[in-house]
Ligand binder design. Structure first.
Ligand code: BES
Ligand code: MN
Ligand code: ZN
Length: 486
């Protein structure tokens, strides 16, 4: 989709030829002096158009416009949230194969949050997955023109938002692909593709031999139940001097999670193709970085394999040695995410990172705790918590700070190894985080449990591309600023 931003007034936007013109009406709409603005004001005054978020007044071939269809769209107080509500409602009402060009106008001056919100809502509303269909149901929407009188003030925000949308779309694409079209090998190829296309990105892919040499016994234990070979993907974005410590993103890349010998029930098991959404979000972030070229360094680590069960599968009670040297009793093979992540977290040490953030569809317990609204944020580092929470709010991709009291980790004790990979059912999202924390002593660390936010179930089943928005916002916020607000 092509996005463009132009400094146009309402009446100027109305004279653009297009299939649909969306006019966003916030509380306190002030009409300009032209006839079309007066007409809109009249529609509000008569109560036919309303500024309440999501209220729509559709018009057809209005003589004062060049648009085929016009929708007056209530966006309430004009906040990012209400703008999203309005745009999503409007897009649902105009969805059709003939919608190729859309113009969206902010009749009064717009704001950075509104622009961000509009771009992401339009992209979400027009996204469609096609890779494994014989005939693409490509959404026809090609060109989007945003019109605002103060366009130049929001130009930078606009460009960032468009780049984020590309990253979000890439994350959705890989997360949505079924497991037989998104194997660890194919994920690695996608990462290598990013490196080939963009000069500031490099990619190294390790296979079973190299991973064995590193001593990643926990990661290997998960992979050994599948015929599909594991991949450990190392992406680097170098936008700043080598001396600048990188931020490391670690994405869980389980391309299918059957549970292993501790097998999952059949119902909805297909959704475990989404268990590499953390990995997909790392790819998405790199895609956005490639476009924006910020002066920062970022490393992306993706431990990727299937969690299946064959004759060599790891068994409950097996003890393995992680790369850190700590031994782990695998009491439940379905708690595999933490096993692949812990070795990646140890690998991250070599980058002497500024911070390490892991992103994982880690626990059903997190879905129970926070639902689909906020991702779980776990970190003992106050500055990281602040920065990530603020970034999530800004990007409309919010998270919630969860506790890490040591008592939550007590259930991981076992008589047969340094730790077990599961504790009791209670507080399951937190004991998973406590397990990971044992591998993160050497750097500031945060863990994002995206089990509830990475995809939607039910009729509109599909990946959300979260938390690409939050992560990009975090990475692009100057460190000095995040430290100053500590
Ligand atoms: N990938 C799942 C977590 C998951 C479950 C995400 C449902 C989204 C929806 C993870 O590997 C898993 O199976 N976790 C177990 C852990 C348990 C065995 C301690 C879980 O949550 O049940
Ligand atoms: Mn599992
Ligand atoms: Zn899993």
């Amino acid at each position: 989709m092509n996005f463009e931003l132009k400094p146009l007034s309402l009446v100027e936007a109305a004279s653009e030829k297009c299939d649909v013109l969306l006019i966003l009406l916030a509380d306190g709409y002030k009409p300009a002096k032209d006839g079309f603005s007066a007409f809109v004001a009249r529609a509000i005054k008569d109560g036919d158009a309303q500024t309440k978020a999501g209220k729509l007044l559709p018009l057809y071939k209005h003589p004062m416009t060049q648009a085929t269809r016009v929708v007056l769209v209530g966006v309430g107080d004009g906040s990012a949230k209400q703008v999203r509500t309005g745009v999503i409602a409007a897009m649902a009402s105009v969805k059709s194969e003939t919608l190729k060009k859309l113009v969206l106008v902010f009749p009064n001056a717009t704001t950075a949050p509104s622009v961000r919100s509009v771009v992401s809502a339009l992209a979400d509303a027009s996204y469609s997955y096609n890779t494994t269909k014989s005939k693409a149901e490509e959404s026809a929407l090609r060109d989007v023109l945003l019109a605002a009188s103060n366009a130049s003030e929001v130009q930078a925000t606009f460009e960032r938002a468009v780049a984020v949308v590309d990253g979000v779309d890439l994350a959705k694409e890989w997360a949505n692909r079924p497991a037989n079209h998104a194997t660890p090998t194919l994920l690695a190829k996608a990462a290598q593709g990013l490196a080939i296309k963009h000069s500031k990105i490099t990619c190294e892919v390790l296979g079973p031999k190299e991973v064995a040499k590193l001593g990643m016994g926990a990661f290997m234990a998960v992979a050994q139940g599948s015929d599909e070979p594991l991949r450990f993907i190392v992406l680097k974005y170098s936008g700043a001097a080598r001396s600048q410590a990188p931020t490391v993103l670690v994405g869980k890349g389980i391309t299918f999670d059957s549970g292993g010998i501790s097998i999952k029930p059949a119902a909805e098991m297909d959704e475990m193709k989404f268990d590499m959404s953390g990995a997909a979000s790392v790819l998405g972030v790199f895609r956005t970085l490639a476009t924006l070229k910020p002066a920062i360094n970022v490393v992306g680590l993706i431990p990727s394999c299937e969690n299946l069960l064959n004759g060599s599968a790891v068994k409950p009670g097996d003890v393995v040695t992680s790369m850190s040297g700590q031994t782990i009793e695998i009491l439940n093979t379905d708690a595999e995410g933490r096993l692949v992540l812990c070795d990646a977290l140890t690998y991250a040490e070599r980058f002497k990172p500024h911070a390490v953030i892991d992103i994982a569809t880690l626990t059903g317990a997190c879905v129970v705790a926070l639902g689909a609204v906020r991702s779980g944020l776990f970190s003992p580092d106050e500055a990281l918590v602040k920065a990530l929470s603020a970034a999530g709010d800004m990007a409309q991709d919010p998270c919630w700070h969860m506790p890490l009291d040591d008592e939550y980790g007590e259930g991981l004790k076992t008589s047969f190894a340094d730790m077990a990979n599961v504790a009791g059912r209670a507080g399951g999202a937190i004991s998973a985080a406590k397990y990971l924390q044992r591998f993160t002593a050497k750097y500031p660390w945060a863990h994002l449990d995206i089990a509830g936010t990475a995809w939607k179930s039910g009729a509109s089943k599909g990946a959300t591309g979260r938390p690409v928005g939050m992560l990009v916002e975090y990475l692009l916020t100057p460190r000095a600023a995040s430290l100053a607000s500590k």
